[in-house]
Design a protein around this ligand. Structure first.
Ligand SMILES: C[S@@+](CC[C@H](N)C(=O)[O-])C[C@H]1O[C@@H](n2cnc3c(N)ncnc32)[C@H](O)[C@@H]1O
Length: 301
């Protein structure tokens, strides 16, 4: 097999344990795991699917995303529903459809990303379709100059842990975005001060000890067979806790235009089309399942 990330062999003890950990987190943090789809990166072998099914996720709600064509074809040949395109584009496309998203699982295995990626993640989290979603990400430690800025600011809290660094970077984009939107909306200084004060007072001190708090964040790390360290984080959508942290409801924020739901750039037509096709396929599987259930109920009667 080629050493390309899309075609690598991800079947080894530490990774297998970690994969189970990730799906366990989703399973325990989601209030209703059947309410929406899980979007994940299956690569060619789709080792996630079997684990997800064993944790009670249903087949038609498991939707992979893959940008590498060979891995995409292999994963589809194994029976998976897989969108062809970039992960964040696909999350946006699904979140804007009528289908809710339960789990956003980016097992990237690459280094800490550039700040742009945090903005994509926060934009995706701000869409109504992902409001109740759980997020989980996995990054490789080292060889990631793209993450220098975030590392410089947050390493005093998070050390080298890429999962923790990513979450802190993301929260900062979130807090600053909310603050900036208030300014753009012409909020009074008083309102601005109160809002920012509440957020910063509640959230900032929690940065170093986020476990078990508002976002129910959990962290993990494992080592590959070559000794490379991977760090991950799993947490609830920050937009989902606005009300409990500030007393301002999400719908109030949306109607006051405090949440920027417009993406700065257009979603690629190819990803939109691929998403539509995969969602149509999902509906077909769902209908077959419902018809099967009805048939077995009738034959028992
Ligand atoms: C580390 S592998 C996933 C392994 C799998 N989750 C497992 O546990 O076996 C990451 C896969 O995602 C693909 N990928 C990485 N970044 C992506 C992105 N931004 N959009 C779409 N696919 C991506 C890679 O081509 C690769 O196949």
């Amino acid at each position: 097999m080629s050493k390309n990330g899309a075609m690598m062999d991800y079947w080894f003890g530490q990774k297998n344990n970690w994969r189970r950990w990730a799906w366990n987190q989703a399973s325990s943090l989601l209030t209703d795991k059947h309410a929406g789809v899980s979007l994940y990166l299956p690569s060619a072998t789709d080792l996630d699917r079997k684990i997800a099914l064993s944790k009670g996720f249903v087949d038609h709600n498991l939707i992979g995303v893959e940008r590498n064509r060979s891995a995409l074809q292999e994963s589809r040949a194994n029976g998976g529903l897989v969108i062809h395109g970039d992960f964040w584009d696909a999350v946006h496309c699904v979140a804007r459809s009528s289908v809710a998203v339960s789990f956003v699982f980016g097992d990237f295995c690459s280094g800490l990303p550039h700040e742009d990626e945090y903005i994509c993640a926060m934009n995706a989290a701000s869409l109504p379709g992902t409001e109740k979603a759980i997020f989980c990400f996995n990054f490789m430690r080292g060889r990631d100059p793209s993450g220098n800025n975030v590392r410089n600011v947050f390493s005093k809290y998070a050390g080298k842990h890429r999962g923790q660094l990513f979450l802190y970077g993301l929260l900062s984009v979130f807090l600053l975005g909310m603050h900036r939107n208030l300014i753009n909306c012409g909020a009074t200084n008083e309102a601005l001060g109160e809002f920012a004060g509440r957020w910063f007072k509640v959230l900032m001190p929690l940065y170093p000890a986020f476990d078990g708090s508002l976002l129910k964040a959990r962290f993990n790390s494992y080592q590959s067979t070559t000794g490379q360290i991977f760090d991950s984080c799993c947490f609830a959508n920050p937009f989902g806790v606005i009300e409990s942290a500030t007393g301002i409801s999400l719908s109030q924020c949306r109607s006051a235009n405090l949440i920027n739901q417009r993406r700065e750039f257009r979603l690629p037509a190819k990803t939109l089309n691929s998403t539509r096709a995969v969602l149509a396929h999902r509906t077909m599987r769902l209908n077959w399942k419902t018809a099967d259930k009805e048939q077995s109920r009738n034959s028992r009667a």
